[in-house]
Every structure is written in structure tokens, then in C-alpha cells.
Design a protein. Structure first.
Length: 194
């Protein structure tokens, strides 16, 4: 059973996806395995080929920085925003449906902005990001689905093309724009050797 993307509420969603085609079933399984390893290694997203992301810290549910392991449910990734402090993002779901001999395999990670693990204030419902790597036959795709984010494209201070419109954010992480997520999905699928 596959984890579904959260249902859309009264806000827009902006999705980013990239895909590649493998040469054989064995090659497809190898590419899927490599892509899932890259997606799960959150603290190294900034090192992927072509990545535009800044470095992220992986924090466990007790608030301790974790080095050398993949992301798990209830972990956090922390983004240091220039002169604006830190943004905490809680990993709500990590789900792997794996069958190398079958036609389809899926890795899903769902994350949402959150508070520091020891902050006891009630947390409001916020946008989410669902990250996926899918092998469907010989096709391998990586995607970021943003759900329930605010529409940044209809702001009134951008009129008649006088100012360049910002690249809208995609989901959970404020300040991370579509172009950053595009660089992530392309980096996850890159066949360049690290």
C-alpha cells in the first residue's frame, strides 16, 4: 500500500518532477537504488550534482544532530536561513515499497514545517512537501509535491512586468523555491559519478 500525497485544501500546489529511462530492468533497479539513497541522505542534498540547496542539518526526535545515517520518521531537517534564523521541518512519513523483480518501486518522504522538538507550543497546520522516487518499469522519476502553500505569483506589488516575479515556493519550506527543488530532483537522478 502506497502512502498518498496529502489532499489539497484551498491553496495552490506547485509540483516539480524529473525522470530518466533505464536501459534494462537491472539498470532500472540500480538507478532506483542510487536515487533512493540520495533522497534519504538529506544532509548531503546540497552536494548533489547541480544542487542549488544550502546545507541542511539532520536532527533526531530528541533534538540531537545526526551524522552518517538516512532520514527517518520523526526526524527534522534544519535549514539555516541567512540572517533569519533556522527553519525546522519535521519528517512525518518515510515509506519504501520495494520489489526489485516487480514492475514498480516507490520511496515516499512527507515533511512539514514544525517547531523545535522541545518547543511545547501548539503547532498549526502548515503546508507539506512529499518527496518521491518511483521506478515504473524502466522509467525512474523523482518529484517534489508541494501542498497547500500560499500563492506567491499573484502578489499585487508585481505589476506589468516592472519587477521580476519570484520563483514560487513549493510546499513546506519557506524560502526554498521551485528552482531549488528542480535542482534536487535533477541531482537525485543524475548519472554523474560523485
Amino acid at each position: 500500500m502506497e502512502t498518498e500525497i496529502l489532499k489539497q485544501r484551498a491553496a495552490i500546489n506547485l509540483n516539480v518532477e524529473s525522470s530518466i529511462m533505464a536501459l534494462s530492468r537491472e539498470h532500472a533497479s540500480e538507478l532506483f537504488s542510487h536515487a533512493t539513497h540520495r533522497l534519504l541522505d538529506v544532509s548531503k542534498w546540497h552536494t548533489l550534482p547541480c544542487s542549488l540547496l544550502t546545507s541542511l542539518k539532520l536532527i533526531d526526535h530528541k533534538g540531537h544532530e545526526v551524522v552518517g545515517r538516512h532520514v527517518r520518521e520523526n526526524d527534522y531537517f534544519v535549514i539555516n536561513k541567512d540572517n533569519e534564523g533556522e527553519e525546522w521541518v519535521k519528517v512525518e512519513k518515510v515509506y519504501l515499497q520495494r520489489d526489485p523483480s516487480g514492475p514498480r518501486e516507490v520511496l515516499t518522504i512527507r515533511a512539514r514545517p514544525g517547531l523545535h522538538p522541545f518547543d511545547r507550543r501548539p503547532d498549526s497546520v502548515r503546508p507539506s512537501n512529499t518527496f518521491k522516487v518511483i521506478r515504473n518499469g524502466l522509467n525512474i522519476s523523482a518529484s517534489v509535491y508541494g501542498q497547500n502553500e500560499e500563492d506567491q505569483t499573484n502578489r499585487s506589488d508585481y505589476n506589468d512586468g516592472e519587477l521580476e516575479r519570484p520563483d514560487p515556493t513549493v510546499g513546506a519550506i519557506p524560502g526554498v523555491a521551485r528552482v531549488h527543488w528542480r535542482s534536487l530532483v535533477n541531482g537525485i537522478l543524475s548519472t554523474w559519478k560523485e
